[in-house]
Design a protein around this ligand. Structure first.
Ligand SMILES: Nc1ncnc2c1ncn2[C@@H]1O[C@H](COP(=O)(O)OP(=O)(O)OP(=O)(O)O)[C@@H](O)[C@H]1O
Ligand SMILES: [Mg+2]
Length: 501
């Protein structure tokens, strides 16, 4: 039995193994990280994950799937390649299967493998469960999950071994998400004391902003009239190109150059972007190139907005800490994690807000290193829930059973009753979310339904039904409903698997 750690990222996946007390990175396709992307061409019978999938995908975007991680809590959200649909979980299975093959190659043989897969701190319970499921479907014999920020603290915690109290402020700025977690270490236990971030903000957004920036420049150079902006999306751009095929090909080329330019701006104050031929018009090549400075890019309105969101996410967490009587000067270490933390502006904003020691080793791989550290640490990890967990009640509100920020494992119960005479059944709608006054707020997530049948028939409001939520160490929720009226007991127990829609 071998144990491995996996950082299953939106953009890149990293795998580690604890080899004779040394945590090593398992190479995949000769690299320390594998792009979390999938290419599927049914006609030509090609199925690829990683670098080779990315190369093909750039030229053949219709058969290419990427950045699916954010949707793993929604099986109904589908991605298409070769007219076949895949859920985010299906894509995770493909990536993890590739990872498993790389492990076998590294070991030189096949054997049972247990995996710790890291998940973003603000993943919903459903997302955590679907991630575990993907691991099992990919053939791992046991899968545990670990919150990404805790993984990065563990990676340092084990290395710098603080003897006593320390507060870590973790900023994980990856491809798809920005996760913040504040973790307190008291000499024996790690506890998440505040969390935040923005699950819709990541390096991909900066690449997309760079694509828009380049497209703006192209339109400007080709003297296209912005007053035509009401034309359907992309129509303006298509006017630049001679055909839809050129448009698709050039779009892929621009996307590639945009990513390269974004990366270069982490190290240079200005870069030259040479796209080359956009298309052929009147037998003439239309060539495009331009210079971009990091100042111009950071001042571009879309990018400015992204930095504003980034800063707000940090300030929100600082506010939360204040409410617990923790000031920024109480923070001992800021841990930078994730590829997008290479962006100088990302570092500058944090450093301006928090005057603490900066730890910034292995931005790309620290989470996977922490996943393997989890298996050897003797320290306790005390997580907290990010969302209220409860039931929909009258007035479309959420009746909270487990409040946000509760430490878990936890078990909590509340009493409910019938609303009309002789009511035989109650249907409980289970939700997680923080907008408790409006269950249908888009920030809330519907988790499932629990129907309790055979309730003792009485007058409205007389039945006594006890609903218990129990959340285990890994964030898996079990729900029990019991009718306590007139000593007649009916109970229904649903575990998470059955709750899935
Ligand atoms: N030198 C760099 N400068 C700017 N951005 C970079 C640099 N290196 C990597 N990135 C960006 O980092 C992102 C990938 O980061 P990382 O591998 O940490 O993400 P991930 O873990 O896959 O995503 P997530 O944590 O959101 O699930 C990409 O958007 C990439 O463009
Ligand atoms: Mg990450």
């Amino acid at each position: 039995m071998k144990k491995i750690g996996i950082d299953l990222g939106t953009t890149n996946t990293v795998v580690t193994i604890n080899d004779n007390d040394q945590i090593k990175i398992i190479p995949i396709d000769n690299d320390h990280l594998v792009p979390s992307v999938f290419y599927y061409n049914e006609k030509r019978k090609i199925k690829l994950v990683g670098k080779r999938a990315k190369n093909r995908g750039l030229m053949d975007p219709d058969n290419y799937i990427k950045s699916t991680k954010r949707s793993i809590d929604s099986p109904e959200k589908k991605f298409t390649a070769s007219n076949k649909t895949f859920s985010s979980e299906d894509i995770a299975v493909e990536i993890l299967s590739k990872v498993k093959e790389a492990i076998y190659q590294y070991l030189g043989h096949e054997e049972k493998i247990e995996a710790v897969i890291t998940v973003p701190n603000n993943f919903t319970t459903n997302a955590v469960e679907n991630t575990k499921n993907a691991g099992i479907r990919a053939g791992f014999s046991k899968v545990e999950t670990l919150k990404e920020p805790i993984a990065s603290v563990l990676a340092y915690g084990e290395k710098i071994r603080p003897d006593n109290h320390a507060i870590y402020f973790v900023c994980d700025f990856g491809g798809g998400t920005f996760d913040i977690a504040v973790i307190k270490y008291d000499g024996s236990e790690y506890e998440v004391i505040a969390t935040g971030g923005n699950e819709k903000l990541g390096g991909d957004d900066f690449t997309n902003a760079m694509i828009d920036y380049l497209n703006d420049q192209i339109m400007e150079k080709e003297a296209l009239d912005y007053s035509l902006e009401s034309i359907e999306d992309n129509a303006l751009l298509k006017m630049v190109y001679d055909s839809d095929v050129t448009y698709q090909r050039t779009k892929a080329k621009i996307a590639q150059k945009a990513e390269t330019a974004k990366l270069a701006l982490s190290y240079e104050t200005s870069v030259n972007v040479a796209i080359g031929e956009l298309c052929v018009k009147d037998n003439q090549s239309v060539i495009f190139e331009c210079d971009i400075s990091s100042v111009d890019f950071n001042q571009y309105p879309k990018v400015k907005r992204l930095w504003r969101d980034y800063q707000e996410a940090i300030e929100e967490v600082i506010e939360k800490l204040k409410r617990e009587d923790i000031g920024t000067s109480d923070i001992d270490h800021v841990i930078f994690v994730g590829g997008s933390m290479n962006l100088p502006e990302a570092k500058r904003i944090v450093q301006e807000l928090i005057p603490a020691n900066i730890l910034e080793d292995n931005l790309d791989t620290i989470v996977a290193i922490g996943a393997s550290s989890k298996m050897t640490t003797t320290k306790q990890i005390i997580p907290r829930v990010n969302f209220n967990l409860g039931l929909k009640v009258e007035g479309d509100k959420i009746s909270v059973i487990i409040p946000e920020q509760s430490k878990y494992p936890i078990e909590a119960s509340k009493m409910y009753t019938t609303i009309y005479d002789n009511q035989k059944e109650i249907s409980f709608e289970v939700y997680e979310g923080n907008a408790i006054d409006n269950v249908y707020d888009r920030k809330n997530h519907w988790l499932g339904k629990l129907i309790l049948n055979g309730i003792e028939q009485t007058n409205a409001g007389e039945a006594r039904v006890k609903v218990t939520f129990s959340l285990n160490q890994e964030g898996i929720l079990k729900i029990t409903a019991v009718d306590l009226s007139n000593n007649h007991q009916v109970n229904t127990e649903l575990n998470w698997q059955e709750l899935k829609y």
